[in-house]
Design a protein around this ligand. Structure first.
Ligand SMILES: *Cc1c(COP(=O)(O)O)cnc(C)c1O
Length: 371
């Protein structure tokens, strides 16, 4: 007989999703509202204002897409890139590769600046690509490359791109809420994130922001945006419309309650405090991992604090360790992705999970299964 589904109470310490704050889970079960209900429009405005705080931006075009981080990636690219445009993509991992694939689907011309997986993009290499391609329209990079554990110097990369007149798209899917992100100060023209990593919410929402310059660029496109769902002009008529908003799609009201609660909790903590907490706990976790003979792949000054890639020691069956962690300790950590498959584990300390208690739990579980 069919019966209600009861999920295991897993500890999610991989590259995402991470565990949802219990207060967020409670918010999700409030009564549904219509997507044009005046009270719901008020909630949307609240979410917008909390997202501006989180992204450190005054951008009017700051809102949330009803879909995962990948939808935000596609939205930024499909709005800013026209067929035939040259786009520089800094590629040092799996997610930057995905950006390049999307550019190609749109008919853009990818100029790849390749970096070793596990290292931050070299700004000099990035600049050389602009020197050789002065007609580049858009530059894209992944701030925190979750597949390798490397964090880019977003401010410097953005400066380089602007020097050559390009618009900048930054993926902040893993960094937002957990690592310093300053959209306005760093002059990022478009950025997108997700709900299930640093924000401790359920998956399926993508916070996104566009600068005034980016919005202007989109209005002046020679060709129509090649997506109905992700066309910024249509999305803004729902999010920023004067007075009465226009129906675009049925916004998932309960998910919005969850995101609102998650953003509120982040603001209560103070975003700078959250950045600091993630950094401190990261340092503690690295120290404890070293004690049991495990070393991070990425040099310290290029490392994402909330997502560590750990080199797998000689003679260890990496898949068995992960299976044992899951079966014996209810603990999920991530496998290596792409070029790093079989070479690293990925351990996330994100949002609600970035705490001393979780560090201890993870270390003890690892010690137990590696014995
Ligand atoms: C997780 C992730 C994505 C994709 O997000 P989804 O919510 O899985 O679609 C994109 N970029 C980076 C850097 C990520 O870590």
């Amino acid at each position: 007989m069919n019966k209600s589904f009861i999920p295991f109470n897993r500890i999610l310490m991989g590259p995402g999703p991470s565990n949802v704050n219990p207060q967020v889970l409670k918010a999700l079960s409030k009564p549904a509202l219509g997507h044009l209900d005046p009270q719901f429009i008020e909630l949307m405005d609240e979410i917008k204002s909390l997202l501006k705080y989180t992204f450190k931006t005054e951008n009017e075009a700051t809102f949330v897409l009803s879909g995962p981080g990948s939808l935000g990636m596609e939205a930024c690219l499909v709005n800013l890139v026209e067929p035939g445009d040259k786009v520089i993509v800094a590629i040092g991992g799996y997610f930057a590769n995905r950006m390049a694939q999307i550019v190609e689907k749109i008919g853009g011309h990818v100029i790849a600046v390749k970096e070793t997986w596990g290292r931050a993009i070299d700004p000099q290499k990035f600049e050389d690509a602009f020197k050789q391609n002065p007609d580049v329209k858009v530059a894209a990079f992944v701030h925190a490359e979750t597949s390798t554990g490397a964090l880019q110097n977003a401010k410097v990369l953005s400066e380089v791109a602007h020097k050559y007149g390009a618009l900048v798209i930054a993926d902040t899917v893993t960094s937002l809420g957990a690592v310093e992100v300053r959209v306005d100060e760093w002059n990022l023209d478009a950025s997108y994130s997700c709900s299930q990593k640093g924000l401790s919410c359920v998956a399926g929402m993508s916070p996104i922001t566009f600068s005034a310059r980016a919005v202007e660029h989109i209005k002046k496109r020679k060709t129509p945006v090649q997506s109905w769902f992700n066309d910024l002009n249509l999305l803004l008529s729902y999010w920023n419309g004067p007075g009465k908003r226009a129906y675009h799609h049925t916004a998932p009201s309960n998910q919005f309650y969850g995101l609102h609660e998650a953003l509120l909790l982040l603001k209560e903590e103070g975003i700078e405090n959250s950045w600091r907490r993630h950094k401190e706990n990261s340092n503690k976790l690295v120290a404890r991992l070293k004690e049991i003979g495990l070393e991070p792949l990425v040099p310290e000054n290029e490392r994402i604090p909330n997502l560590l890639t750990i080199k797998i020691p000689e003679g260890i069956d990496e898949a068995k360790v992960r299976t044992d962690l899951l079966n014996k300790h209810n603990l999920e950590i991530g496998a290596g992705l792409g070029e790093l498959a079989g070479k690293v584990w990925r351990i996330g300390l994100m949002g609600y999970n970035s705490s001393e208690k979780m560090i201890l739990f993870c270390i003890n579980a690892l010690k137990d299964v590696m014995r």
